[in-house]
Design a protein around this ligand. Structure first.
Ligand code: PMV
Length: 348
């Protein structure tokens, strides 16, 4: 089959890990399995226009537009992604691509766009792959899209579908793989339906430690083996917790995972403190509120200062009030984003 030109658009969400991926082997293989909520509102929309070249080029040929403007500084990341995926998408050098991308969340909010961005791009390229191989079934399509997204940014492989995704082989989880993410295959209690994530933007400007440097710090890390082992154990524990909807135990694992991620950074060489004073203020407020309100609000963190506030949908009113009354003061310019667990990427 031949396809001379065309255009495809995908919208793909970000995701927030509950058990964190931190540390990797060669070829974007995770050092431990991870699990995440796919988000809904925080997403990247990417359009790829493709045009067949007369002759296969010696290098990748693409333009990149971010919010309608050409964006040279993102090009090396895309080139690296194309290099890694060419083996699996042999047509890449036969086309010129125009990649237009934009995020639903504010620019430089400290919300990483690599998961949403790389998954959206992987899906667009897979769509062309499907045009060239029309017999591909949809399960294979999604699996390969997740596989390719992983090569762009590890956590991106968890954004293709929703709403609870596992990436990384684990003996207790059937069919789990280091190569791509799967929908969590076990029973999940309805208390997790529409689970809420309000993202408090604590520090929008400051440079986070790049995740590639962060993963590297887990090589030769004094606590690496214990940490990887802990991630396995936490996944095992979550199986019952998800099934029974045991929110008290859920909270313990999620908050411990967030603090462990930061503890790994504090105890690596070189070491980093990625929380800000307001991150700690918010954590303390959440603990006090949880105690006094008898709600199940908890926090998790990425590799940065922003706080993700997680809670079940039926506690939304109470927690919104709490955020407005007590937490907004600790957000930069009072900014936060209310999101919730979502169903994954969609073709537009
Ligand atoms: O996908 P990367 O290489 O940007 O790593 C993401 C790492 C964390 O966000 C800190 C944790 C995770 O599992 O998403």
């Amino acid at each position: 089959t031949d396809k001379t030109e065309g255009k495809v658009t995908y919208k793909s969400p970000s995701n927030i890990a509950l058990v964190k991926y931190w540390g990797k082997k060669e070829h974007q293989i995770p050092a431990n399995p991870s699990i995440s909520f796919t988000l809904d509102t925080c997403a990247t929309t990417t359009t790829v226009s493709y045009k067949k070249l007369n002759n296969k080029a010696s290098d990748f040929s693409f333009d990149l537009l971010f919010d309608g403007r050409s964006k040279e500084d993102f090009k090396p990341k895309i080139s690296t992604f194309l290099k890694r995926t060419e083996k699996y998408l042999p047509f890449l050098k036969s086309y010129h691509f125009t990649i237009e991308t934009s995020n639903s969340f504010p620019h430089s909010s400290g919300i990483a766009s690599s998961a949403s961005g790389m998954s959206a791009l992987a899906l667009c390229l897979m769509e062309l792959e499907r045009e060239l191989n029309p017999n591909m079934d949809s399960a294979f399509f999604k699996r390969k899209a997740s596989f390719l997204a992983r090569l762009g940014s590890g956590s991106a492989c968890r954004s293709i579908e929703g709403n609870l995704m596992q990436w990384g082989a684990q003996k207790d989880t059937q069919e789990s793989s280091d190569l791509y993410a799967i929908k969590y295959p076990y029973k999940v209690n309805p208390i997790f339906n529409n689970y809420q994530d309000s993202i408090l933007l604590v520090d929008k400007g400051s440079k986070q430690v790049s995740s590639s440097l962060g993963h590297d710090l887990m090589h030769d890390h004094p606590f690496a083996e214990q940490r990887f082992d802990q991630a396995h154990k936490n996944l095992t524990k979550l199986k019952r917790i998800f099934e029974e909807g045991d929110l008290l135990e859920f909270i313990k694992i999620v908050e411990s995972e967030a603090l462990t991620l930061h503890a790994m950074m504090m105890t690596s060489m070189p070491y980093f403190i990625l929380m800000k004073p307001n991150t700690l203020e918010i954590i303390n407020k959440i603990w006090a509120f949880r105690e006094s309100s008898k709600t199940h609000v908890c926090f998790t963190l990425d590799a940065g200062a922003n706080v993700h506030v997680l809670y079940p949908e039926n506690e939304k009113e109470k927690v919104y009030q709490f955020i407005n009354n007590e937490l907004v003061a600790y957000c930069e310019n009072g900014q936060y984003i209310c999101d919730q667990i979502g169903n994954g990427a969609e073709k537009l």
